[in-house]
Design a protein around this ligand. Structure first.
Ligand code: PLP
Length: 374
């Protein structure tokens, strides 16, 4: 097409790199001379096996995943994992949950069906706009794991460093729901026991869930665990115990290749891969937050030390302006900016595939709107 695509600020399913979509379109009818589209391939054939193995290898490179972690390509989304994780890791005992917003709240509620989920810390009194200080976390001696959501997609709160549980006196592994910021920055695997993420933000289409788990933690599933959700079974079968979401896995692989190719020239030199992506994400978020804070018109209520680089909720001076703002952005080629109903206002999700030019276009438009509706 000749005209550029609009910039899409959806929280998920979210915008994907245009090169990835174009490559998928070019390969739709005939993947590399095989005579088949990827959707039409047996997951056990040599073509899909090569796609699957390459995707895992590229993800391991991109995120520097140590070899003692298994990478599982699952279905059910992060919400299903809220049940699958306690089924696999809790042994029906005690687990600790840190509440920082809607998603971590949902995780704790679901875990209670399978084990004793204790509240270790919460930012509820601050309406989920802060993060509870690590020193205030009340960790159980007997917890089988500690669960956090490292980026709260709805409230726009991000843990810029993962907690060091050992330093807090806990020997439990850390479980992170990193659905909405996976692959936006490096992960310190020395602090993580299990990381899980729905694909539909930074990875690819919905329908695929990534579970990256330290191999010593699996093999203890509760007896009622469905075989398809038993991490040991999934791992032993290379994520092909049941038919995996093959097309989503393939697109994820294209996204990983795209990510590995990224380059960013910074004052510190040229960065590549995840480092380039992180530098760009920092620049994008700073552009938008600096504008909001200095505008005297728009506001973001999240404490500065835990503002998300990925999901940026913001408010107009008066809710009566929301409809006019949304109509104006739509007309300007800036899509899906409506905030989540539980927070209100607007939300700009600026995942890896959103270029700096998209954030600049949003800021330019916000300036114009403020000038004409002041
Ligand atoms: N956790 C987080 C942090 C999310 O952003 C989402 C978003 O959709 C979910 C969980 C739920 O994922 P799913 O709908 O794929 O189960």
């Amino acid at each position: 097409s000749t005209s550029p695509r609009p910039f899409n600020f959806s929280a998920g399913p979210a915008t994907l790199p245009e090169e990835v979509l174009q490559q998928a379109a070019a390969e739709m009818l005939d993947w590399r001379g095989s005579g088949m589209g990827v959707m039409e391939m047996s997951h056990r054939g040599k073509e899909f096996t090569s796609i699957a193995e390459q995707a895992e290898a590229d993800l391991r490179t991109l995120l520097a995943i140590p070899s003692h972690f298994k990478v599982l390509f699952m279905q059910g989304g992060a919400i299903a994992e809220n049940a699958i994780i306690p089924m696999n890791l809790s042994r029906g005992g005690v687990v600790d949950h840190v509440i920082t917003g809607s998603w971590s709240q949902k995780s704790a509620k679901e875990a209670r069906k399978y084990c004793t989920a204790k509240l270790a810390a919460s930012n509820e009194a601050d309406h989920h706009t802060t993060l509870p200080a690590h020193g205030s976390w009340q960790l159980s001696d007997d917890a089988t794991y500690v669960h956090v959501c490292s980026n709260e997609t709805i409230h726009g709160v991000e843990m810029h460093a993962l907690p060091d549980l050992a330093a807090l006196g806990s020997t439990a592994p850390l479980v992170i729901d990193c659905s909405s910021h996976i692959a936006s920055r490096p992960i310190d695997w020395s602090r993580v026991g299990l990381a899980y993420a729905g694909a539909q933000k930074n990875i690819g289409p919905s329908g695929l869930t990534l579970v990256i788990v330290r191999e010593d933690l699996i093999g203890h599933a509760l007896p009622d665990t469905p075989s398809a959700f038993d991490y040991q079974v999934v791992a032993d079968n290379g994520s092909m115990y049941n038919t995996p979401p093959t097309y989503a896995w393939y697109i994820a692989g294209l996204v990983f290749q795209w990510a590995l190719k990224q380059r960013e020239v910074t004052p510190q030199g040229e960065l590549t891969g995840l480092a380039a992506i992180e530098a760009r994400n920092i620049a994008k978020a700073q552009l938008l937050y600096d504008y909001i804070d200095g505008s005297g018109y728009y506001t973001n209520k999240v404490a500065k030390d835990c503002r998300s680089r990925m999901n940026i909720p913001f408010f107009l001076p008066d809710d009566s302006l929301n409809a006019a703002f949304l109509a104006s952005t739509q007309g300007a080629g800036l899509l899906q900016l409506k905030g989540h109903k539980s927070v209100g206002g607007m939300r700009a999700s600026i995942y890896n595939a959103m270029p700096l030019a998209g954030v600049q276009a949003l800021v330019d438009h916000m300036k114009q709107f403020a000038a004409s509706h002041g």
